[in-house]
Design a protein around this ligand. Structure first.
Ligand code: DGT
Ligand code: CA
Ligand code: CA
Ligand code: ZN
Length: 575
């Protein structure tokens, strides 16, 4: 069982306890344990086996035993006991943004709300508004959030699905007679959300492969089976489709099931024009003779094209670009040489010391790291004096590290509701790197939000606009603003736009990246790490960038340290 799954069950126990009026102390303990397990750098099952679970912060004997029971038996008696007291539809209400356990408990106990439909009804008929601490504004926000939740239901964010796809392909690769196993579909294209996991396996005998999938611990139920394919439901609720193909068809199938549908249609119409037949089984000539299909390259070659990276296969110009030899040389993770947005313990939500961050960055081969803690408006944010002290500490450590990696003393400064920055320009201009971000008043009118950001970009002290749309996948929609206008000003002012690589943000989006490139605006791919393990999340940002057609030249932190210093220093010289 994956850590994420264990964490999910633990946090569900916390929710259930809260809904059933359980002890607040216990609620907090389960929440903390969930968080610890989720961030664990090794499988939690390994710790259980060694009897070391209780060495984790906040994990006591009781919770350790429950986790052990879950790992050994797939069951969690405490969880099941609590779940039997709460209708399943009630628990689901917690997934609606802005609806917490207190609201759900009140709606359930006082208004008999047992599912999403019922919650929507009490939004409409005014009953929810009458509950204590509710009011018309909150009810309206909840009503809107229900609609958003419905729209995204059934899709999972990439970061939830990816570990399962990896675990399952690794498992299937072990089956005797299997030569290849891969995840295709939107997951391989690295879309930010996926509808399901599409698994492809090359083997001559399908039966043992399907049997192995059915008994995988991640799988809850087999929904359908055929001679060479099956569909299962995973414990996390996501479905997976498995198809088993003969090795000579693997490339053709991988291409077909990677999609997208729009890309496939375009490739297939090229094939028709060239008088060849393309299917998930291979490439064939008019007489039905096989021309290829073992690899994707053979498929593309048959239609006269170079191999196209999966992230580009959305039917938005990639075929034309390939045809004319103009495919972008997409940025790769190894091209990103440093990280420009990282929080240390000096931020209230930061968990690692600067030294731990530097150590992990060095291990990951990053050449530079900007420590950008929060400014004073955030809870426990830094004021000018504390920030100067912090910067001095960072610079001292930078000297000791002697470039392994280089540290930059920075800040993530709030863009206040009026567009001014949360710290004086005079303080900001003494720092090496300034990331400016919106963290409040997300529901400003679009024109107001645009002006707010534009004003911040005009201050001359900002290097990077942080998580530019404010979205959190499946949790919070992007705030509304005129991206085109912001890009125009960013170009004029020489400000880079961040591709925030937090898996739950991925912000700027892929489409935004492509627009920024067209507008000649530079991007910065940053982890926004709040602990050392998060530094590895940069890959999520790189995938977004690749889906946005970005190349090395488009990315600020693909520059070497000297070049970067010169670039960000130029800002300083200008004021
Ligand atoms: P998803 O699962 O909604 O995130 O998106 P996909 O792209 O993974 O879609 P899915 O799982 O329905 O199908 C996987 C791929 O199979 C899809 O990207 C392209 C191919 N495919 C599925 N249905 C069709 C179809 O009707 N025509 C063509 N040309 N290709 C299809
Ligand atoms: Ca899919
Ligand atoms: Ca599918
Ligand atoms: Zn932020």
């Amino acid at each position: 069982m994956e850590n994420a799954e264990v964490a999910r069950v633990l946090s569900e126990v916390a929710d259930l306890l809260e809904l059933t009026g359980g002890n607040q102390f216990k609620v907090r303990a389960y929440r903390q344990a969930a968080q610890v397990v989720d961030l664990l750098p090794m499988p939690v099952s390994e710790l259980w086996r060694k009897g070391e679970l209780t060495s984790l912060p906040g994990v006591g004997q009781r919770i350790a035993e429950h986790v052990g029971e879950l790992l050994d038996t797939g069951k969690f008696s405490e969880h099941d006991r609590l779940a039997s007291q709460v209708p399943p539809g009630v628990l689901e209400l917690l997934s609606v943004e802005g609806v917490g356990p207190k609201t759900v408990a009140a709606a359930w106990k006082q208004l008999q709300v047992k599912d999403l439909d019922a919650l929507e009804q009490v939004c409409r008929n005014g009953k929810l508004e009458k509950l204590p601490r509710m009011g018309a504004k909150r009810v309206e926000a909840i009503h809107k959030a229900i609609a958003r939740y419905r729209a995204r239901k059934g899709r999972s964010p990439l970061h939830r699905a990816l570990p399962y796809a990896q675990a399952l392909t690794a498992r299937l690769r072990q089956v005797r007679g299997v030569t290849e196993a891969a995840a295709a579909g939107s997951l391989r294209r690295r879309r930010e959300t996926v509808g399901d996991i599409d698994l492809l396996v090359a083997a001559t005998d399908a039966e043992p492969v399907m049997r192995e999938l059915a008994r995988a611990p991640e799988v809850a139920q087999v929904l359908a089976t055929g001679p060479t394919k099956c569909t299962v439901r995973l414990r996390i609720g996501l479905q997976a489709d498995l198809r088993v193909l003969p090795p000579e068809s693997f490339g053709a199938a991988l291409h077909y099931f990677t999609g997208s549908k729009a890309h496939n249609i375009a490739v297939r119409s090229r094939a028709v024009r060239l008088g060849i037949k393309l299917s998930e089984y291979g490439v064939f000539d008019r007489e039905g003779h096989r021309l290829g299909g073992a690899s994707e390259e053979e498929v593309f070659r048959a239609v006269g094209l170079p191999w196209i990276p999966p992230e580009l296969r959305e039917g938005t110009g990639e075929i034309e670009a390939a045809e004319h030899g103009r495919l972008p040389a997409l940025i790769e993770e190894k091209d990103v040489l440093g990280d420009l947005h990282v929080h240390s313990k000096a931020s209230s939500d930061g968990r690692s010391e600067v030294a731990e961050l530097a150590e992990e960055a060095r291990r990951l081969g990053r050449r530079y790291l900007a420590i950008t803690d929060h400014s004073r408006s955030r809870p426990l944010g830094l004021d000018g004096a504390k920030l100067s002290e912090h910067a001095a500490k960072i610079r001292g450590m930078d000297k000791r590290l002697a470039g392994k990696p280089h540290l930059l003393a920075g800040v993530e400064v709030d863009i206040l509701p009026d567009g001014s920055l949360d710290l004086p320009a005079e303080v900001l201009s003494r720092l090496d790197l300034v990331v400016a971000s919106v963290h409040s008043h997300f529901s400003d009118a679009p024109e107001r939000m645009t002006e707010r950001i534009v004003k911040a970009l005009r201050t001359k002290v900002v290097h990077v606009l942080g998580h530019p749309s404010g979205r959190q996948l499946g949790v919070r929609d992007p705030y509304e603003f005129d991206l085109d206008r912001v890009l125009e000003v960013a170009r004029e002012e020489g400000v880079a736009i961040e591709v925030n690589a937090m898996p739950e943000r991925m912000d700027l989006s892929d489409k935004g990246c492509r627009l920024a490139k067209e507008r000649d605006v530079q991007l910065a791919i940053s982890s926004d790490a709040h602990n050392a393990q998060h530094l590895g999340n940069l890959s999520f940002g790189v995938w977004v960038a690749r889906r946005g057609w970005l190349e090395k030249e488009d990315v600020l932190n693909a520059l070497g340290f000297t070049e970067l210093r010169r670039r960000i220093g130029r800002r300083r010289a200008a004021i």
